[in-house]
Design a protein around this ligand. Structure first.
Ligand code: GDP
Ligand code: ZN
Length: 315
């Protein structure tokens, strides 16, 4: 039977299966373990099964609510980060995403542009469309409103959707709701930016944060370190990734980075050298665009910063 993975702790999983004949009241939730060794084609991953995966489950004769995961279906996409224990391995955070939504703020706390750009580069690399929501508009002064207007222009020109929001004032809430309905969305952002407040405001019958549960081993593992997927009351799903500040890329090459900046990607064939890194090579179309103002200089600086961190292998 096919089931969808809602939670993964690395050793056990929560999956939901739909079979209206057996469970007319709605999908049935199971705890699941992996059966034997699962090999997932081509990916070296520390976690073979991720939140968002469709899996094949086998029910156990002696148990009503536990199942075995026998296979994982092909993923449409996935996002991954470096495995904390082994830098050469991926840790898949979630899969089969329609989009990701980054909640950020320009004040209390201010989300850095470097963080936003790293997030966007990751989304590009994993082929996940990104939405950026600037929350807490009610406390923005003219300075932050001006900054917002500038970033909205810049990021929208790159193809990202950008919204201004305030939970306090109800600003942007209808738009956020419409964007989330009937989609599977990964929700990201530093803690304190208002992720839970937004979701709880947009879907009042829903509470994002879950309570602590214990691991099967009884060690009292905290759920919030793991990604978890939730069904939204009006259709659609949210993947919450608490504790995950950003997802770094493992295998991104220096000369690939500009492909993940849409405004640079458009110009790559115009550079004099086809291996141009857009640093100080002659005839560089990207640098010319920065000088002409058609590429935002802060985007270009974030590009250089990320390039440097790839070189130092700190990202
Ligand atoms: P999370 O960690 O991203 O889930 O953030 P929370 O939803 O817990 O919000 C963090 C703090 O920001 C709380 O004190 C919220 O009341 C506050 N907050 C959330 N949204 C807004 C907003 O639009 N305006 C203001 N002024 N405060 C907000
Ligand atoms: Zn160039």
């Amino acid at each position: 039977m096919k089931a969808l993975v809602y939670k993964s702790t690395g050793s056990w999983y929560v999956v939901k299966a739909t079979d209206l004949a057996r469970w007319p009241e709605g999908p049935k939730t199971f705890k699941a373990r992996i059966k034997g060794v699962l090999k997932i084609g081509g990916i070296t991953s520390t976690n073979p099964v991720a939140v968002g995966d469709w899996v094949e489950i086998e029910e156990e004769h002696d148990s009503d609510d536990t199942v075995m995961i026998a296979a994982v279906y092909d993923r449409n996409n996935y996002v991954a980060r470096q495995s904390p224990g082994n830098k050469n391995q991926h840790h898949i955070i979630s899969s089969n995403l329609d989009q990701s939504m980054l909640i950020c703020t320009l004040k209390d706390p201010k989300t850095s542009q470097g963080f936003i750009d790293r997030f966007l580069v990751s989304c590009e690399a994993f082929h996940v469309p990104a939405i950026i929501v600037f929350n807490k508009a009610d406390i923005y002064k003219q300075k932050q409103l001006d900054a917002y207007a500038e970033w909205k222009n810049t990021y929208e020109a790159c193809g990202y959707k950008v919204l201004l929001a305030s939970v306090q004032q109800g600003l942007g809430m209808v738009e956020v709701r419409e964007l989330l309905i009937n989609k599977t969305t990964m929700l990201s952002g530093h803690s304190g930016v208002g992720k839970s407040s937004i979701i709880n405001h947009v879907f009042p019958s829903f509470t994002l944060r879950t309570t602590e549960v214990s691991d099967w081993s009884g060690k009292g593992m905290h759920t919030t370190t793991f990604a978890e997927m939730f069904d939204l009351p009006s259709g659609g799903r949210i993947i919450d990734t608490p504790g995950l500040r950003e997802f770094g890329l493992t295998n991104i090459e220096k000369n690939e980075l500009s492909h993940y900046y849409p405004e640079m990607r458009a110009l790559i064939n115009d550079c004099q050298f086809n291996n141009c890194m857009h640093i100080n090579e002659p005839g560089c179309a990207v640098k010319a665009a920065v000088a002409a103002g058609s590429i935002h200089s802060d985007r270009y600086y974030s590009y250089l910063n990320i390039l440097e961190s790839i070189q130092k292998k700190t990202w």
